[in-house]
Design a protein. Structure first.
Lengths: 250, 314
């Protein structure tokens, strides 16, 4: 369980997040949605300890962010970067192997190696395992990063707008894989999404943010309503229900 | 990875060292060996510290153009030294134990470097051009402040400062060798212990945080080691601007890997081959016609321009 208690964050007196509290129990996909500047990425970055906490507390299972050992936290919580500058010096296998670093600290055991190979196989990367990262397409590279976080074997995976720069096929394939991680491996995935339709299609729970506050929380079909589009996103796009789920017509 | 290339480099370095020690010995072999042995040791220390400092700095700053010297680390060292001479006065300064002085300088340098460059790295990591600009401006500023102080002081005191602030590989301060070697070896040992952490830090702040290696902590620790290494080599031969860059660029070419377990020793070996081999060639073949620092700086400067142009094109 990730618990956020009374989180407030400011940048030079401008409130970015105001008194946010929430709980994310183990399992499922939780999508963070909201208009630009709502504070979604800031909230995720604070959970990911990419930003220092100012006020409030975040706990991951029994560990406290900012106090507990970084290595311990790295075995509970992984962060998927948007994209990394591809370096020609890293192969796919090298990158995926880094997922085991929190366990072996640079001295991989036999078990670590076999887990890496399993990860490569699971994400259909075995054939390109020895290619360097900068020869891959954006989608393949993203898949290599997901394989790395899979191998890291954490309960929680945080993703900040991973679909930026991905085409339709790559976006869908990423979401399907995340769904599998949640369903088959029991991982908890917290993801910032721009596209409400992606959130309603793949998430179990949607958290809506606006102006640094939480203003909606629940299953996609309960949360995504015409009122949400009007009040939170301040636009009058039409909402239709297609195959039992709400779809925003942009 | 690349064990053959590392062995080859070691053999090359050994040959250079033997050549440097044994060619053209006139008179007592024993005396020549002692005299040259000290200089050789100094050259090796400088090579290892400049190389490792450059590679580490490029790893934590996430680029391959900047080195501690380009960002003004050695300018900071000369500034500290000049300030010490100005405030203590040259006679007092010269009466102080040189080893002790070096320790004090290195300590001050560590503090100042972490303050200055730590801040710079935190703000500028994603923006190479901004960091480059800030670094170069910072270096110029440090040099100008130093220049101002040197103009204000008494000419005798100026001579003391000047003697300590010019690169001269041929006349390395061998009387500082003991303290330098101790400091340097400790720093190098810690750098070696950090090799796996450096591999992770090279992946950028998000991935290294995710893997339990907070970038700020790693950067601070690396800056500390870099400061010690740069202080030692600056104290021994004076500032060299582009040597580290020349070495790191060659290292990435010869050893195309991300593993610091290979990069750190590899870069030290390459640096050693350049310095010892270069010094040997200049002393014996060209009979001291050009100081090595001029040649090294010329080549290093060219590499810097090439990298910069390549980086701009991308």
């Amino acid at each position: 369980m990730i618990e956020v208690h009374n989180l407030t964050y400011r940048i030079a007196d401008a409130p970015i997040l105001t008194d946010i509290s929430l709980r994310v129990p183990l399992g499922g996909i939780v999508a963070l949605i909201g208009p630009n500047g709502a504070g979604k990425s800031t909230l995720l970055s604070l959970m990911a300890r990419l930003l220092p906490l100012q006020q409030g507390r975040i706990t991951v299972d029994e560990l406290t962010v900012g106090q507990s050992d970084d290595r311990e936290l790295a075995r509970r919580l992984a962060i998927l970067p948007q994209t990394m500058h591809a370096t020609s010096r890293l192969t796919v296998r090298d990158l995926v192997s880094f997922g085991r670093y929190p366990y072996h600290r640079g001295r991989p055991t036999k078990e670590d190696r076999s887990l890496v190979e399993e990860g490569l196989g699971l994400f259909e990367l075995s054939a390109m395992a020895d290619r360097s990262l900068d020869t891959l397409s954006g989608g393949q590279r993203q898949r290599a990063f997901v394989a790395m976080t899979y191998v890291q074997d954490t309960n929680y995976v945080l993703l900040d707008e991973p679909l930026n720069n991905l085409d339709l096929a790559a976006s869908r394939s990423l979401m399907v894989r995340l769904r599998e991680l949640a369903d088959a491996k029991g991982r908890t995935i917290i993801i910032v999404l721009h596209d409400i339709n992606v959130a309603t299609a793949y998430a179990d729970r949607v958290l809506v943010m606006k102006d640094g506050r939480l203003c909606g929380d629940g299953a996609p079909r309960d949360v995504v309503t015409p009122e949400l589009i009007k009040d939170v996103f301040e636009t009058d796009a039409t909402l239709r229900v297609v195959d039992g789920r709400p779809v925003v017509l942009a | 990875m690349y064990p053959r290339r590392l062995v080859l480099l070691s053999v090359l370095l050994l040959l250079c060292a033997l050549g440097y020690l044994f060619t053209d010995v006139k008179g007592s072999l024993e005396f020549a060996l002692m005299f040259r042995g000290k200089k050789l040791a100094a050259l090796l220390l400088i090579s290892a510290s400049q190389a490792v400092a450059a590679v580490m700095f490029q790893t934590i700053s996430g680029n391959r153009i900047l080195t501690p010297s380009i960002m003004g680390f050695d300018a900071l060292y000369v500034l500290i030294l000049t300030t010490a001479v100005v405030f203590l006065g040259a006679p007092t300064y010269q009466r102080l134990d040189s080893g002790l002085l070096m320790l004090a300088n290195a300590t001050l340098m560590c503090g100042a470097a972490i303050l200055l460059f730590g801040l710079l790295l935190r703000r500028g990591r994603d923006d190479l051009m901004r960091m480059l600009l800030t670094g170069v401006v910072l270096a110029v500023m440090l040099r100008s402040v130093t220049g101002l102080m040197q103009r204000v002081i008494d000419p005798n005191e100026y001579a003391v400062v000047q003697a300590a602030s010019f690169a001269r590989f041929a006349r390395a301060e061998t009387d500082l060798l003991g303290v330098s070697a101790a400091l340097c070896l400790v720093a190098l040992a810690f750098a070696w212990r950090m090799r796996h952490r450096l591999d992770v830090l090279a992946l950028g702040p998000v991935v290294s945080t995710s893997l339990g290696e907070p970038p700020l902590k790693g950067q601070r620790w690396a800056l500390l080691l870099i400061s010690v290494l740069v202080s030692v080599s600056t104290a021994l031969v004076g500032p060299v601007a582009f040597f580290g860059l020349l070495v790191s660029a060659l290292t990435y070419m010869v050893l195309p890997t991300y593993r610091h377990a290979v990069l750190l020793p590899g870069s030290a070996l390459i640096a050693g081959v350049i310095l010892v081999g270069g010094q040997w060639a200049l002393e014996r073949v060209f009979s001291f016609s050009t100081p090595l620092s001029v040649v090294v700086e010329f080549l290093g400067g060219l590499v810097f321009l090439l990298l910069l142009l390549k980086g701009l094109k991308r």
